[in-house]
Each structure stands twice: as C-alpha cells, then as structure tokens.
Design a protein around this ligand. Structure first.
Ligand SMILES: *Cc1c(COP(=O)(O)O)cnc(C)c1O
Length: 480
C-alpha cells in the first residue's frame, strides 16, 4: 500500500493491474477464457503450476545478479545466490545427475538462447555442426538454413549441415548421418527435435561423434519432463552437453537450462566455457523470478507423482495415435514413444493449414507441421499434436478418445468446407467456415462442433485459475 505521503508519481506503483490498466487486464482475461474454453494440443505447450506463476510474478524480478552464485557483479545477492544454488541442485536431482560429474547453468532466458550459448561454448565461429533438418522435425536453432537464407544464428555464425529421416521408416537415419559426417566432419552433432515422435539412439550418435572427435549435444526441449521421469532413454549417459527448455513437458516457466559434463574428455574446462557463454557472451542479468519458477518446477519433477504424470502424458499420446489410426488416418512412424504424434493429412487431400484454421475456429489449438516427404515447406502436409497440456488438465485415456473424436469430426468438416469453398485456397476455406450465407452444411457443423468442444473443455480445471468463479470477459462473443 502507498502511504499518505507517497507522491503522485509513485502512486501507480501500488495500483492493481485491473484498476490501473483495464485494457491489459481484459486481454489477460480473454486469454484465460480461451485457455479454459479450449483444448490445448500444441505439443510444445503445457500448463504451468500456480506455484510457478507466483514465483514468476514475484518481487525477485527487481534484482540484478550478473555472474554466478558468490561471484556477482552487484551487491545484495545473498538470497539470490541461495535461490540459484538451490535451483542448480534440484536440476541435477531431477535428472538423476551426480554433482561430481555434471554441472548446470540455470540462467538461459529460453531454449533458443540456451542453444546459442551452448554453441558459443562448444565451437569457434564458422566451426561445423550437424543437426536434424527442420522439415524432418529438428529445431531452427540446430543450424537451419534455406537455399536463399541463413535463417538462424546457428547457421549465420557456424557452418551447418542437416541430417534427416530414413524415408522408409521415418526414423532418424543414423547410417546416413554416419556417412555424411565422414564427409562434413562436424565439431558438434546436435540431437533432439521439436517434431519427432520416437526416442533417440544416443549410443549410436556418440559413436558417430567419436569418429570425428566431435561434441555430442542433446537438446531435449520437448521431452525433458519425460526424460526426468525416466520414461525415455537417458541422453546424459552419452552427451557432453544437454540443453532444454523448462516450459514444455517439464511444465515450468519459459526458460532454458544447459547441463555440462564436468569429466568431458573433449574439454576439461567445459563448465567454464558454458558459464562464460551464457554470461557475458550471450546474456545479461538473469531473470531471478523465472529461476525461482524453475526451482519450484524442479521440486515437483523430483516427486514420485512426476513419473505418474509423464506416464499419463505418454499413455494419452498413444491413445490419441491409436484412435486416429483406428479411424483410418496416417501417422508418421504409425505411432509414438513420447508426448506427440505427427498426423499426415496428405492422403486426405487436406493441408495442415486448413485443419489448423478449422480447429482454431472450434477451440482446438494445434499446429500445422511438415511431414516427411513434403514437397514444399510452405505447404505443410501434417499436424503436430501433443498431450502434455490435456494431461495437466486431468484428462486420461477415455477423455483423450473424446478429443480424438473431435479431431476426426474437424477433418470431416474440413473436407465439406473444402468442397463448398469451390477452390483449394485457404481464404475461400475460411470464408465458407465463418459466413453462413456462403457455407451451408459446413458452416453449421463448425458452429455445432465449437459448442461441444467448449462445453467439454470447461468441465476441466485450469492451473492457476479459480474456474468456479470465472466469467466470460468483455470482448468474447459466443452464441451459447
Ligand atoms: C522449443 C524448442 C527450442 C526453443 O525454445 P524457446 O524457448 O522457444 O526459445 C529449442 N529446441 C527445441 C528442440 C525446441 O523444441
């Protein structure tokens, strides 16, 4: 509270958001309503905990603490040091790592910045790296470039070359990678993906890296929650460096982590190189509010309930995949080992963009995604689906079957709309979906499915929000 002598210029410091800025508050309310009323199937997303949100919104945001615990450029870091040390300790615990063998930097702002700091630590400018190609499920930060453009810092500042999938199995082509590596001679091989439904053979990758004395880095941004639970193969056994985001399956705040091997035979000073790369090479002051959020997330990930969550995420993904296959749909690799499925829409004559658009209209959030063998990167032929967020809203296998049925109906409606549109253009597809005078059968089906999806979604709780008192905010228009 302000005191009676607080000058006017400081009064805004004490005014609640809803009072001082109803416009931003209303946007937050609308987004809350969207998350409550919809089904979140974006594989990179999750619903973080109330505790994480409290930490993220805490007063720790005020503090500058460049440097590392007990070696800061600013004073006043007694408690920040305690926090960062605790976060580091929990990070090692969550991934079952011995502090004698592994260290961790918990300061990266996000997954992309964690990766760039890791590359800065491991490579000299213009050194060679190999990562899984973007169209095959890799991430931008693993060296992505096009014929016309170096798209990311990982291809601007380093020479990169992609490896890919075996077209027959749609699994990582380890043999192909081995052959390409003999020609390209990378200093670093990056494994890990944003859209790959299967687990990795880290031993095979290590053998390939060793042939060239190369570093092996795993980016487990998507799967780290499942790795921590011991539900997927352990990259720490074979890698020199492991990076991750903290907000995907790990269910924490938006941030990144970099784990480094203390006993790497490639670089005895790996820890120093990673820490120096994060600060001062790539970042400034750590986001201490976020580090508190990571710490409390990692506490959750060390509890026995974490394994149960991870198992349920995977069981739900398998159920989702099985249900789609049972309806005659095609999945990349025909199934999944993790939290995501890649749905190949090409046999239906439907693009990922159209199904994504239709699903948006009915409250199902998904994303278009390239599938193996796509002719054009501009027209992705598939959809990526993930079950992390649904599972965080308490949904089990039976509920996932309901969701699979919604998706099935969304496809059927899309096919009707595509016919009614009379063209293959996305804008015509959207027009018939939202204008009653244009779309006839399809339009009504969109409305009906939207109502059902919203009614179903609102049966579930939403972490960080008291849904029993939640009201539809101004600016949201629904027919029911
Ligand atoms: C999401 C993702 C990242 C980037 O994370 P941001 O937090 O969005 O910067 C990096 N690598 C992989 C494999 C990812 O899936």
């Amino acid at each position: 509270m302000a005191s009676s002598s607080t000058p006017d210029f400081n009064r805004p410091l004490y005014t609640p958001l809803a009072e001082i800025d109803p416009e931003v508050q209303n946007i937050i309310d609308k987004e809350t309503w969207r998350q409550f009323s919809g089904l979140e199937l974006i594989a990179s997303e999750n619903l973080t905990s109330r505790a994480t949100m409290e930490a993220n919104g805490s007063i720790l945001t005020n503090k500058y603490s460049e440097g590392l615990p007990n070696a800061r450029y600013y004073g006043g870091n007694e408690w920040i040091d305690e926090l960062e040390v605790l976060c580091q300790k929990r990070a090692l615990e969550a991934f079952h790592l011995a502090p004698a063998k592994w260290g961790v930097n918990v300061q990266p702002y996000s997954g992309s910045t964690a990766n760039f700091a890791a590359l800065t630590a491991l490579l000299q400018p213009q050194d060679r790296l190999m990562g899984l190609g973007l169209p095959d499920g890799g991430h931008l930060t693993h060296g992505y470039y096009t014929a016309k453009k170096k798209m990311t810092a990982s291809s601007i500042y380093f020479q990169s070359f992609p490896y890919g999938l075996d077209p027959a199995t749609q699994l990582i082509d380890y043999e192909g990678l081995k052959k390409q590596a003999r020609i390209f001679k990378p200093r670093l091989i990056i494994c890990g993906a944003s859209a790959y439904p299967r687990d990795w053979d880290y031993a095979a990758l290590r053998a390939i890296a060793d042939e060239h004395g190369a570093f092996l880095m795993a980016d487990i941004a998507h799967t780290s929650g499942l790795v921590a639970a011991g539900e997927l193969a352990d990259p720490f056994e074979y890698c020199d460096v492991v990076t991750t985001t903290t907000h995907k399956t790990l269910r924490g705040p938006r941030a990144g982590l970099i784990f480094f091997r203390k006993d790497s035979d490639k670089a005895a000073d790996l820890g120093k190189r990673v820490n120096d790369a994060v600060f001062p090479a790539c970042q400034g002051g750590p986001h201490n509010n976020t580090i508190a959020g990571i710490a409390t997330t990692l506490l959750q990930a060390t509890q026995p309930t974490w394994k149960a969550y991870a198992q349920q995420v995977i069981a739900n993904a398998k159920t989702l995949g099985d249900e789609l296959v049972a309806r005659g749909y095609k999945l990349q690799t025909s199934g999944t080992d993790n939290h995501l499925v890649l749905w190949d829409l090409r046999p239906l004559g439907l693009t990922g963009s159209k199904l994504e658009k239709l699903c948006d209209l009915v409250g199902i959030t998904i994303n278009k995604n390239a599938v193996s063998g796509d002719a054009s990167a501009q027209v992705p032929g598939g959809i990526r689906l993930g079950t992390s967020a649904l599972t965080s809203r308490d949904m089990m296998e039976a509920d996932t079957k309901v969701v699979a049925d919604f998706l099935h109906r969304a496809v059927q409606i899309s096919l009707v709309l595509q016919k009614e549109a009379g063209s293959k253009l996305l804008k015509d597809f959207v027009r018939v979906a939202i204008k009653p005078e244009e779309g006839k059968v399809g339009y009504q089906q969109v409305k009906d499915l939207g109502k059902e999806v919203r009614a179903f979604a609102r049966r579930w709780p939403l972490p960080g929000v008291d849904v029993s008192t939640l009201k539809r905010p101004a600016g949201i228009h629904e027919d029911e």
